[in-house]
Design a protein around this ligand. Structure first.
Ligand code: FES
Length: 113
């Protein structure tokens, strides 16, 4: 795969319910999540509350609970759920032939609020 999509490796590098981080030179670190239902999502690895490392949070359904103060963040939208307010940028992701791809321009351009 070439062009707009960045190959970040095979799907089996992230076990279900876990995440890995992807450092980005000149940009925000990205967290790539694998849900228990087998979905993959990518977000900037900074909670919209106080920049907690979302990659170290607990994944349940399509949500990650921040490890610092337990805000729940939607993996689909990056929005804080419930009474909390805030949003973290999401990175378009696709899985093709067992590999994970991120939209290159979103990886480089991602900025946490
Ligand atoms: S930094 Fe994530 S809930 Fe406070």
């Amino acid at each position: 795969m070439i062009g707009d999509w960045l190959d970040i490796g095979p799907v089996d590098q992230i076990s279900p319910g876990n995440a890995r981080t992807l450092p980005v030179q000149g940009g925000e670190e990205i967290a790539v999540f694998h849900t228990l239902a087998g979905q993959f999502y990518a977000l900037v690895n900074k909670c919209p509350h106080k920049a907690g490392p979302l990659s170290q949070g607990i994944v349940h359904d399509n949500v990650v609970t921040c490890p610092l103060h337990s805000w729940n963040i939607s993996l689909k939208t990056g929005l804080a759920l419930g009474d909390d307010e805030g949003c973290v940028p999401t990175i378009p992701l696709k899985v093709d032939a067992g590999r994970i791809y991120l939209l290159r321009e979103a990886v480089v351009g991602a900025k946490a609020a």
